[in-house]
Design a protein around this ligand. Structure first.
Ligand code: SF4
Length: 289
């Protein structure tokens, strides 16, 4: 979970949120939205949101830098309680020193801890990395397994991490429920569940499997750039007409535009090596900004 994800802690329940502001052109009328939405209407609206997000973020991608499944697994473990940016700034030195599970399993713990210190909780993370590397070496022939039931046996690897690795390194469709994903799908009334596994199951039932991985990236991209935990930029949000929570954040278009982050706000992204179609600037290396 990243630092920006942590900002969702203390999010208010829907009932106590402030009254929705004036709706943008095309938004459902107050009268219409007062009537409970049928399940079918919600599914149609959810699929429209996914299509709109695909238009807005055709370049959506995992925001961790990696070159192979082992690097993605390690980067995902390191991303707990910090930003993807900080992980991306840390992993070049880490993978230069320990390129394989065998190398990492044989690390001197203090040296490994020192390299990953910028990501926080570095002692526990070093233990996980050495433990999972030893398990890859001893139980899986030095390769990252491509099955959920194997991945979750590795130290420090839960269902969320396993889904990230399966979806992005093995092409296995998966929904990744982090704090951004949970917050946005509840704002969109796709589910009212809080438990990540229940959120995953309810959202999975709305979309075909082939959409799951890219849907996850699009939703997280939107959460990081526009629909922030504390100050969603509703006035600059391309899916405002489809959102039942419009007005929870800033509705003035000019003020809302100033809340946009990363490439939408004209700032660098989180990856030092973004995919070629990424329209923003790469992130700076550690210590450069
Ligand atoms: S920014 Fe506002 S309008 Fe857009 S998805 Fe979030 S809550 Fe809805």
């Amino acid at each position: 979970m990243s630092e920006d994800e942590n900002s969702a802690v203390g999010e208010q329940p829907a009932q106590s949120r402030k009254k929705a502001a004036k709706r943008p052109p095309g938004a459902p009328s107050a009268k219409k939205s007062a009537k409970p939405e049928s399940h079918l209407a919600m599914v149609r609206r959810a699929r429209r949101i996914n299509r709109e997000l695909a238009d807005v973020y055709p370049y959506a991608h995992p925001e961790l830098d990696f070159r192979n499944p082992f690097e993605l697994l390690v980067a995902t473990v390191l991303s707990a309680q910090t930003t993807d940016l900080r992980v991306n700034q840390t992993t070049p030195a880490l993978f230069a020193r320990y390129p394989t599970p065998e190398d990492m399993a044989a690390a001197v713990p203090e040296e490994l801890e020192e390299i990953i210190r910028p990501t926080g909780f570095f002692r526990a993370k070093a233990r996980s990395l050495m433990g999972l590397s030893a398990s890859l070496r001893d139980d899986f022939g030095g390769e990252v397994p491509g099955r959920l039931k194997d991945l979750v046996t590795l130290p420090g690897v839960g269902r969320k991490t396993a889904n990230v690795v399966l979806g992005n390194a093995f092409g296995v469709p998966g929904i990744t429920v982090d704090t951004h994903f949970g917050r946005l799908v509840r704002r969109w009334r796709w589910t009212d569940q809080e438990d990540p596994e229940k959120v995953e199951a309810e959202v999975a039932a709305i979309f075909p499997k082939s959409e799951w991985t890219m849907l996850s990236h699009r939703v997280v991209f939107h959460g990081r750039r526009v629909c922030h935990s504390r100050k969603p930029a509703c006035g600059a949000c391309p899916i405002a007409p489809l959102c039942p929570s419009y007005g929870e954040g800033e509705t003035d278009p000019e003020k809302a535009r100033k809340l946009l982050k990363y490439e939408l706000g004209g700032y660098p992204g989180q990856r030092l090596s973004p995919p070629p179609d990424y329209p923003g600037r790469p992130a700076p290396p550690l210590g450069a900004g």
